[in-house]
Design a binder for this molecule. Structure first.
Ligand SMILES: CC(C)(COP(=O)(O)OP(=O)(O)OC[C@H]1O[C@@H](n2cnc3c(N)ncnc32)[C@H](O)[C@@H]1OP(=O)(O)O)[C@@H](O)C(=O)NCCC(=O)NCCS
Length: 151
């Protein structure tokens, strides 16, 4: 049975970003593995380049990864001002490991992280996972509209 490791990265995930570090600070080609995790298991984060992912990690406030042995099987991150507003992004579990409580583990760790736990309003966007997030008290908002700037 391989070890399961949850990593709460330091801000900007320097070890993962520059050295591809995984569990026990061992180099595991982690950035490439993260790129593939997103490629295979999301519809919104396919084809992200390693160079863009590095920027994304550098500017994220809370970053969590989950590993089985040296393979990354889960990821989630958050942006926050630490007090008023925060957003959860890119929550994903590898297809072969879904339904084992890993997604719950990542969201709970994001929510209890130092910077997020004192943030008064937390948002997320989801296309078809509303029921999954309702267990963490996220509710659908009908009084506001989601707007996206066209570029
Ligand atoms: C959504 C996702 C993160 C859930 O992770 P997971 O590890 O499979 O979920 P868990 O095993 O922690 O499930 C926890 C609970 O939520 C439920 N659940 C999981 N996915 C669900 C869904 N899509 N709808 C309703 N309930 C769901 C499970 O049945 C489980 O309930 P239980 O405790 O009563 O058995 C994962 O399926 C995933 O990565 N999907 C593809 C990427 C994606 O769509 N991410 C969300 C972007 S907004």
């Amino acid at each position: 049975m391989k070890d399961i490791s949850l990593i709460i990265h330091s801000k900007g995930a320097i070890g993962l970003r520059f050295l591809g570090l995984g569990p026990n600070l061992k180099p595991t080609n982690g950035l490439n593995k993260l790129q593939k995790l997103l490629e295979r298991n999301t519809f919104w984060a396919k084809s992200r380049t390693n160079s863009d992912l590095k920027k994304c990690l550098a500017n994220s406030d809370v970053i969590i990864s989950l590993w089985v042995g040296n393979e990354i099987v889960g990821f989630g991150r958050a942006l926050t001002d630490g007090i008023y507003r925060g957003v959860l992004w890119d929550i994903v579990i590898d297809k072969n490991h879904q339904g084992k409580g890993f997604g719950t583990l990542i969201v709970n760790n994001l929510l209890s992280s130092k910077k997020i736990k004192n943030t008064k309003k937390l948002y997320l966007m989801t296309t078809n996972k509303k029921n999954f997030y309702s267990q963490f008290n996220f509710e659908e908002v009908t009084s506001q509209d989601l707007m996206i700037r066209k570029i």
